[in-house]
Design a protein around this ligand. Sequence first.
Ligand code: SF4
Length: 306
Amino acid sequence: MYKYLFGPVYSRRFGISLGVDLSPEKKSCNFDCLYCELGKAKPVSNIYKEHQPEEIINEIKDFLSKNKNPDYITITANGEPTLYSKLDKLIEEINNIKGNTKTLILSNSSTIYKKDIQKTLTKFDTVKLSLDAVSENIFRKIDKPLKGISISNIIQGMKEFRKIFKNELIIEVLIVKFVNDDLEEIKKLAKVLREINPDRIDLGTIDRPPAYRVFPVNNEELDELAEIFENKGLNVNVVERKGIYAPEFELTELEIINTLKKRPLTTEDIENIFTFETKRKIERLEKEGKIKRKIINGKEFLCAIS
Ligand code: SF4
């Protein structure tokens, strides 16, 4: 079983994506977002027990030698991947072995104001940054950042990064009912997003089990908010789950549990991604009480029992 790799999982916009977790032992994030699917955790400034890039690269090489190339290699952490101090070396080495596969990093944007992080992120094919609010009080309420992280620094950093990053920049906005869905805040956010000028905005709401008791907005509200962004000339993708195809992937029982721990999957994901044998293992694990079903926002998810 791999220590750092998980999935592949179907990601809504990126197709088949092999996840690389830089913090496999424990959530390491400098935010504690209300909607986090990894559960509540005190924000921290470092990755818990950092590992060497070579160990991670060896696993990626092994995976690529035994499987069809995924569409993306996605760098994430059980938390925030830019806290990993060897990220620059890691992405350089991945770029040497990835072939046609693209690289993607999912960051909460907390470190984007740092010049060295900006430089490292230019080495990815796609960078996806989060921006849930532009007012300091709403930012603190929804993302619960570590003390000292300010939204004005983040916004400034995003603008600087856009100027030097020529590949695909996506900004993800996640709407939580009664927290960041106020129209005045959305208008301010639209103005700032226009100034940053990303290639695309992914606008979504909670659709996985959240860390705190918070609620999604419905699709009509999401469409109304999207219109405000579109009126500013922004390219908005309202995030919807799609039923698709996929190459089929075979996972062991331990790999299934490990994947569901890091990311609950819908029954639709499971149907689309895994082989018949893997689906049988999933049924078995459910009967044994090692994984369970949960309904979130009208969708059924399979989650690992922690
Ligand atoms: S959602 Fe992302 S940024 Fe927010 S606490 Fe979870 S891992 Fe950190």
